[in-house]
Design a protein around this ligand. Structure first.
Ligand code: GRF
Length: 212
């Protein structure tokens, strides 16, 4: 299964996908990485690994519709079966969503539908919850509102800062996201724009390791 990964920042989830591919536990092939930020640290890793990358920047004052068209053209030109948002900090517009209906997934650092948006870990702390985690979901036109595919939970400690909680959540993201991609690749999870068919709540627990 060919995938395109969209990033804005550090790219630790992208690295986790690459490591799972190398280990034979994620049956995907990354055909390209697209960033909205030229300086995203993820791009250094991508270049070192020889993965094709594209930057579609959105600067202050830029026309958002043109950017959405350009992003959709760029991703489409790479011809993926699945688009994976791994720390991509923009809401997608109609052009990309319409070209890949039900074939765009995102990883979010909270147990949706609680705490959507940019500050999942801090919002969980502010909300006083004792459990948080990560969610992999289908992307729709809303902010972290699409159908949930899989979740993994972590404890929230009284000593936590947003950073320490986020770090604990990311350990689970790095396990869950490659596992979900693999399960989609082998047809164990099927997606359409509105529903998810998955036999288990946490696909990483029933991971099928493909032959090397
Ligand atoms: C992750 O926590 C993800 O859930 C959120 O953005 C963060 C990206 O981290 N959407 P990284 O760039 O993959 O390290």
């Amino acid at each position: 299964m060919d995938i395109v990964v969209l990033v804005s920042g550090r790219g630790s989830n992208l690295k986790a996908i690459c490591h799972a591919i190398d280990a034979g536990t994620c049956g995907a092939n990354i055909v390209g990485v697209v960033s909205d930020r030229k300086k995203a640290a993820a791009l250094d890793f991508v270049d070192a690994r020889g993965i094709p990358s594209r930057v579609v920047p959105l600067r202050k004052g830029d026309d958002r519709d043109l950017w959405n068209d350009s992003l959709a053209e760029t991703v489409t030109s790479l011809n993926p079966n699945l688009v994976v948002l791994a720390g991509f900090m923009r809401v997608l517009g109609a052009p990309l969503l319409e070209r890949f209906p039900g074939r765009i997934i995102n990883v979010h650092p909270a147990l949706l539908p609680a705490f959507p948006g940019h500050n999942g870990p801090q919002d969980a702390l502010d909300g006083g919850v004792r459990v948080s985690g990560c969610t992999v979901h289908i992307v729709d036109a809303g902010v972290d509102t699409g159908p949930i595919i899989a979740q993994a939970a972590v404890p929230v400690l009284v000593s936590d800062s947003a950073d320490s909680l986020h770090a604990r959540i990311q350990v689970q993201e790095h396990r869950l996201l490659p596992a979900v991609i693999h399960q989609i690749a082998i047809g164990a999870i099927t997606l359409d724009p509105f529903t998810v068919t998955t036999p288990v709540a946490d696909p990483s627990r029933s991971l099928t390791v493909p032959d090397a």
